[in-house]
Write a protein that binds this ligand. Sequence first.
Ligand SMILES: Cc1ncc(COP(=O)(O)O)c(C=O)c1O
Length: 378
Amino acid sequence: MRAMQQWLAATAAVREQEGLVRRADVERNPQSRSHLLDLASNDYLGLADDPRVQTAATEAIERFGTGARASRVVTGTTTAHDDLELALAGLTGQPACLGFSSGYTANLGLLTALGDQDTLIVSDTHIHASLIDGARLSRSPVAICPHAELDALAHLLRTRDQPRAVVLVESIYSVLGDAADLPRIADLCAEHDALLVVDEAHGIGVRGDGRGAVYAAELAGAEHVVVTATLSKALGAQGGAVLCSPLLREHLVNTARTFIFDTALAPSAAAAAAAACRIIAAEPQRVAALHRAAATIAGAAGVAVAPGAVQSIPVGSPDAALAAARELHEQGVVVGCFRPPSVPDGISRLRLTARATVSLARAEAAAATAARFALATP
Ligand SMILES: Cc1ncc(COP(=O)(O)O)c(C=O)c1O
């Protein structure tokens, strides 16, 4: 154990020296949440606090218990899972849906079920860790495509040796907040007989009146486009899903290891997310409020308004980003602070997340404070 202890201490020292220490601090007084301005969480539409979503969860606990008790393929599938899959497929305009215990396991399950030596996975450099890990675990050859470079993507697809290919993108990229050009990428995939996997973690509830960017691009239900989702951001719950054809859903039920060998999503989380889907479909004004907050934050921060909720403000150094986040925290504002290695281009950023339920005046003041720390644009 001495070698391991020495290694742990040495890597901790390097993190400390480079200002890259992450903390998972406990929020000891949840009451204080009501006084804080939350510009950091992913509850984009404020649905985690919606009484209808909360009631759906508590009723599911009373009916099914606090946990699912088993894998979906043993006894873990309940009517709450069925209802969630119908509601999410309905919201996003997809033919079928399969729930997972998280967005992370949805991506791992999908890619490991699709990949093999005869399938090239083409991965955009900015995709989420869960897609990267899924690609690594899939046993497929993986080609890395520079971010959003469609000529490079076409070249990789055209010159591949493998009969099948899977292209991985996010509809709204999580760290920089930019959008993928889905119509053109889907066209390229169709032309080169590739399957397009779009991670809509930051798109559902945000683009297309909340129905997602794939829906907005009129690609929902296209045979060559698959969507993955998390239930833990705009849907205010917990869990993940794959939205796809019935044929692929059946394949996943039979082969996705994170579906088969994982306890099912808690029924209360499934019920909460199903309620959230119905609210989003009925109340597009929530999504409009989110975009008003996004425009206010971006305007006050002096950055171009991003297509998703996250407004990303480049800041000089990791220390400057930390100092800005601390100053905002002293003013009762919580923001995201992203530093290397979590930023693909090595530029530290403050992330101010627009949410439908924030006070616009407070969000504007917070963004103006953040702007003082921003890198001057050339
Ligand atoms: C793009 C993207 N995909 C997948 C995930 C994982 O989702 P979950 O938190 O439900 O595991 C996240 C969440 O951080 C994400 O941002």
